[in-house]
Design a protein. Sequence first.
Length: 154
Amino acid sequence: MRACAVLIAATVGWGLVACGAGFNSMSGGDESRGAAQVAPLEQSIDDRVSAVEGDHTDWKKFTLASDSQVAVMVWWDTPSFEGQIRLKDELGQKLKTLKHAAGTRQESLGPVSLKKGSYFLEIEATAEASVYTLEIRTKSQAAPVKEREPEPDF
């Protein structure tokens, strides 16, 4: 009887190991849009996604104070990694997608013209894992200041 119990426990244990970690079961707390971490503009941030270890998705949030051209730069530590980055608006609507090109270490999404407001980046691993460095670069689209015309002499 005891040998049967050990055999059952071993079989169940192997079954759990063979299945691997569940989708986002090992996330660092940024697995959903509602839990997105704030990403500062014009600064590099590092994070990691892993389809193998159950941290499939990272969400980042950034806010634009004015209409801007935005480019998202990303550097992958594991170029063979498979994944993508999606740019979404404050309602979660997809605006643009960058599918990672296997073997490429540095990529960019954009530039894309965005209105003042809040936006999200969904970084997703579909196979393997990679540490990444992300930078959100902006260029304001504010109307240029007109030079004042000289007043006529009367």
